[in-house]
Design a protein around this ligand. Structure first.
Ligand code: PLP
Length: 444
């Protein structure tokens, strides 16, 4: 293993960085330093080649080191490195906004730029509340999320999120309710969308019965939950949510930070699953992960209301935005990435490879420690049987052992998550799952 010195790092440098979502103490004892990346592979400080089994963090479906993106951001940086996000514009943001609308469901044609998935979550929740206020229904403030939901780490997204360890330390400062998650025991080992469970959408009726629709602004769900371990929605579930939202004047927000731009084999999860939300949050694959950027696509009616109710036209229609909203370099990365997705027919390729991934993943279903296998598009979640009193231990051990063997997979809670680049081959899928199967078996 490379020493710190060989990595070009000092202990003081290692200690200075409080790493995000990382066991800092363990990491700093045994650093996993990635030095470069190309195609579907990372390379570490030991010069080892490691297959990228999660496309970065669900970000890099096009693979790494794409020259078209490198050229676009480098050209943009030399031409216009930054321009103020407030009160001024640059050509790239308008071009990218229009390009994004080509990927969105019909009608979601107004794009608000953010810097991340968390910022997209909070932006959509704020727009929802402000929308009802502008409509003269200021009482509609409650936000409804779902168990096992992940909407990032800012206060709005955290409050509607449904993964307890993420929330427990911070409290909830926003008025929220939650639907139950859709992971039913009878759907264990189901391939793709489970057939049963659509009725769980009626939990929204329970929320309405308790709180009254006149107090509810919006419901936010991931069409397919990613971070909780890949939970595809039951057939008909999202359709039923849409129906209830329409009947009770509640906005429906899809958090597609993972689903948008191909993960499910379609432009969006909305397209894959046949349901159109009122707002759609995106990030990650928007720039192939190369530059941080997020966005919220809104139905035109929402935008129009803000314009109509905006007061004198020198006034802000919504006092919201970020210094890095529509950053020129992120816009350049976004334009190049979306072009590549189209040129390479990436969504078709995901649809072609999804059955290969499904087959490989479900072969692990018979292992003693694998309690469930779920999949959709190019995404797989395995639930791993708890070690006594330590639900997170085995997934951590599995991911560490996989890293040692040259495969990066993600662990979270009691799950292992796999989401290879859209450019993955059958051989890469087979070798990853062979290694994973052996690793899990060796734990018993
Ligand atoms: N929403 C969803 C559905 C996500 O999967 C994520 C990240 O994984 C986020 C929001 C948060 O995104 P970010 O980490 O860019 O803030």
């Amino acid at each position: 293993m490379a020493t710190l010195q060989q990595m070009g790092l000092t202990q003081r440098q290692l200690d200075s960085h409080w790493m995000a979502y990382t066991g800092n103490r363990q990491f700093k004892r045994d650093p996993r330093i990635i030095t470069h990346a190309q195609g579907n592979y990372y390379f570490d400080a030991d010069g080892r080649k490691i297959f990228d089994g999660l496309s970065g963090l669900w970000t890099c479906g096009l693979g790494h080191g794409r020259q078209e993106i490198v050229d676009a951001i480098s050209k943009q940086a030399s031409q216009l490195d930054y321009s103020p996000a407030f009160q001024f514009g640059h050509p790239g943001s308008f071009k990218l906004a229009e390009k994004i609308t080509e990927f969105m469901p019909e009608g979601l044609n107004r794009i608000f730029f953010t810097g991340s998935g968390s910022e997209s979550a909070d932006t959509s929740l704020k727009i929802a509340r402000a929308y009802w206020r502008k409509k003269g229904q200021a009482g509609k403030t409650k936000l409804i999320g779902r168990g096992k939901g992940y909407h990032g780490v800012n206060y709005g997204g955290l409050a509607v999120g449904g993964i307890a360890p993420n929330r427990a330390l911070f409290g909830s400062s926003v008025d929220v309710g939650h639907l139950r998650h859709t992971m039913l025991p009878e759907n264990q080992y189901c391939k793709g969308q489970p057939q049963s469970g659509a009725e769980l959408a009626n939990d929204l009726l329970d929320q309405i019965a308790i709180h009254d629709a006149s107090t509810i602004a919006a419901v936010i769900v991931e069409p397919m939950s990613g971070s909780a371990g890949v939970i595809p929605p039951p057939v008909g579930y999202l359709q039923r949510l849409r129906e209830i939202c329409d009947q009770h004047d509640i906005l429906l927000i899809f958090d597609e930070v993972i689903c948008a731009f191909g993960r499910l084999g379609y432009k969006t999860g909305a397209e894959a699953l046949g349901v159109t939300p009122d707002m759609l949050n995106m990030a990650k694959q928007l720039t192939n992960g190369v530059v941080p950027m997020g966005a919220v696509a809104c139905k035109q009616e929402i935008y129009d209301l803000f314009m109509e109710q905006g007061g004198p036209d020198y006034m802000l229609e919504i006092p919201h935005g970020y210094t890095y909203s529509a950053h020129p370099i992120a816009c350049a990365a976004g334009l190049a990435s979306l072009d590549l997705l189209s040129q390479e027919n990436s969504f078709e390729r995901v649809r072609e490879m999804a059955p290969v991934l499904e087959h490989a993943a479900h072969q692990l279903g018979s292992l003693e420690l694998v309690n469930d296998v779920r999949n959709m598009g190019l995404a797989v979640g395995l639930s791993i049987a708890h070690a006594p009193n330590e639900p997170g231990l085995r997934p951590y051990q599995i991911a560490q052992a996989m890293w040692q063997q040259g495969f990066y997979v993600r662990y979270g809670g009691d799950t292992i998550q796999i989401a290879p680049p859209f450019t993955v081959t059958k051989e890469e899928i087979d070798s990853l799952f062979n290694a994973l199967g052996d690793t899990i078996q060796n734990l018993t």
